[in-house]
Design a protein around this ligand. Structure first.
Ligand code: PGA
Length: 265
């Protein structure tokens, strides 16, 4: 059975106190889940990271940053560098979330610089990709995803594969106005992503976990996770209460186990 990935980006929500309380509760609730079967990660605000890092130390939970500058230091007002993230002992950095691309107008070339810098600084790197509703409407999803992957990982050596994760988050599916992708559509795109990763990195590229994100909820998590090319769920709103996220994870893990036992049997 493959390892499953469950994580949440807390976006610009939760104060330091709210974040630490959330993490403590999530760790307590998920304590019994076997970390060989699943990886749990949370990506809180920058201001919460120092306190969150103290709580996540026992590695029951990987902790990530929502963004990073590619430079180690310099005249980059308002940015946070990989050295600063390393200083906190962070495990992970997310690059190219839809809101970074579409609200803050980051380009594929900038995501590439960030990806390379994060990997060179030893962090796991979660590259987020996804097409807009308009691009989907014109039948361009495959082209868009392939472009984001090919530029995003341009010049990245396959030796970094163990530290690379990808999240497929269609822009039209994210947030309160998002429409969740069907599990069939997600599977089709995940397959294409895996093929592209194999093209970029060689066959080993297929080992890179590809997570689905965008309006994941208790209603669709189980049918998403059982799809063969979906390795995990990257959850927003439905993860921001520890109890609800724990329940979603448990249900998805059970659904996955049921399907994989059927396949073996
Ligand atoms: P959502 O957010 O689950 O609230 O749609 C997903 C995301 O932006 O990662």
């Amino acid at each position: 059975m493959k390892k499953l990935y469950f994580g949440s980006n807390l976006k610009m929500y939760k104060t330091i106190r709210e974040t630490t309380e959330y993490l403590q509760e999530l760790i307590r609730r998920t304590e019994d889940l076997d970390r060989n079967e699943m990886e749990l990660f949370i990506i809180p605000s920058f201001t919460s990271l120092a306190d969150a890092a103290k709580i996540a130390r026992q590695k029951q939970l990987l902790l990530g940053a929502q963004n990073m500058c590619w430079e180690e230091q310099g005249q980059f007002t308002g940015e946070v560098s990989p050295i600063m993230l390393n200083e906190l002992g962070l495990d992970l950095v997310m690059i190219g979330h839809s809101e970074r691309r579409h609200v803050f107008l980051e380009t594929d070339a900038q995501e590439n610089q960030k990806v390379k810098s994060a990997l060179e600084h030893g962090m796991k790197t979660l590259l987020c990709i996804g097409e807009t509703g308009e691009q989907k409407q014109y039948g361009l999803s495959p082209e868009v995803l392939r472009t984001q992957l090919k530029i995003g990982f341009y010049g990245v050596s396959p030796e970094h594969i163990p530290n690379i994760w990808v999240a497929y988050e269609p822009v039209w599916s994210i947030g309160v106005n998002g429409i969740p992708a069907s599990s069939e559509y997600a599977e089709e795109m995940h397959k294409l992503i895996k093929e592209t990763l194999a093209e970029i990195f060689g066959e080993e590229g297929r080992k890179i976990p590809v997570l689905y994100g965008g309006s994941v909820s208790p209603q669709n998590a189980d049918e998403m996770i059982v799809k063969p090319s979906v390795d995990g769920l990257f959850v927003g709103r439905s993860a921001w209460e520890a109890g609800k996220f724990d329940a979603l994870i448990r249900s998805a893990m059970e659904a996955y186990k049921k399907v994989s036992t059927c396949m073996v049997g």
